[in-house]
Design a protein around this ligand. Structure first.
Ligand code: NAP
Length: 304
């Protein structure tokens, strides 16, 4: 068996086409989506994300604004700033760029964002809704993984699903999303660092989600034939030649590539569907941020 690739790029562009139409309608109603990213201090990594977000938003007609606050901003000042954005009717979505300076409690700031403008889906109120099976503003990566699974067309009902990794942003919300339907839900196991025998669980999986951040964690002998694999992991590893020696780039530095958490080459011949890395969950995560931004703008428009 050679697995069908669940391409994030393809699904993302379909979703974005639909979002563009909704954005035009919102603009015609005088309620354009307007996403504000808040960054405190300088951070090269978050600069890269800001550029990506800005490009993705502008591509489909979402107004994107970066508010940069100095490194010296206190927690109270940041909370006040978030409150002004909450009160501003023209701002429909707020995103907090990480990391924040060390003396700021990121959780407290995240909680301050109005749940209706929480396009990252991380506010406890939005997380809590998942317990009741409500798919409102949901954490983007977990939602991306679910949407990619849906693209396989496979019914969840009665399936054995295993999630490896139980972080707040991926594994936990993902588990809740999969259990959202009373009638269609799979049977679920969630594995983590304290799981004694990981392969005991992964071998039973009809559908396997992996969100850990360890390249090669899941090998071909740990899965069964026909498994569906959604690989959330993103890892930068050195490229090696056939003798295992590092390959150098034109600057004489070790050449790097991006891989997921599963041994893609080993597993692709056993799986029925698999997400590539890069090009799987990654592009869908950004798209779910755009989706949430449009959802929050629609909610804002409905309240007016
Ligand atoms: P995280 O917060 O570090 O969580 C990793 C999870 O893996 C934790 O629950 C940890 O368990 C568990 N874990 C660690 N070692 C394990 C092992 N040997 N066996 C089983 N479970 C193990 O990471 P995250 O933010 O969820 O991200 C996970 C991966 O997804 C990373 O590679 C990240 O780069 C990637 N990611 C991708 C996207 C995307 O758009 N594709 C977005 C976000 C994140 P404990 O908590 O018990 O230690």
């Amino acid at each position: 068996m050679t697995a069908t690739l669940l391409q994030g790029d393809t699904l993302a562009s379909e979703i974005k086409t639909g979002l563009k139409k909704e954005i035009e309608q919102l603009k015609a109603k005088g309620s354009p989506p307007h996403l504000v990213a808040v960054q405190v201090g300088e951070n090269p990594a978050s600069r890269v994300y800001v550029r990506q977000q800005q490009k993705s938003c502008e591509e489909i007609g979402i107004e994107y604004e970066l508010k940069e606050l100095p490194d010296s901003t206190t927690q109270d000042e940041l909370l006040d700033f978030i409150e002004t954005l909450n009160q501003d009717g023209a701002v429909t979505g707020i995103i907090l760029m990480m990391p924040l300076p060390q003396d700021i409690d990121a959780r407290q700031v995240q909680i301050k964002i109005s749940p209706d403008k929480d396009v990252e889906g991380m506010h406890p109120a939005n997380m809590g809704r998942l317990v009741y099976g409500e798919m409102g503003l949901t954490p983007c990566t977990a939602r991306a993984a679910v949407e990619l699974l849906k693209a396989s067309g496979v019914e969840l009902k009665g399936k054995e699903v295993v999630i490896v990794g139980h972080s707040e942003i991926v594994g936990k919300p993902l588990a809740l999303m999969l259990l959202a339907s009373q009638m269609e839900s799979p049977t679920l196991a969630v594995c983590h660092i304290a799981t004694k025998d990981l392969s005991f669980h992964t071998k039973r999986a009809d559908i396997l989600f992996v969100a850990v951040g360890k390249p090669g964690l899941i090998q071909a002998d740990m899965v069964k034939d026909g498994v569906i694999v959604i690989d959330v992991g993103i890892n930068r590893v050195s490229v090696t030649d056939e003798n295992g020696n590092p390959v150098l780039n034109e600057k004489g530095k070790p050449k790097k590539k991006t891989v997921g958490d599963v041994d893609f080459e080993g597993i692709k011949d056993k799986a029925s569907f698999i997400t590539p890395v890069p090009g799987g969950v990654g592009p869908m995560t950004t798209t779910m941020l755009l989706y949430n931004t449009v959802e929050s703008a629609k909610k804002g428009a409905a309240r007016r």
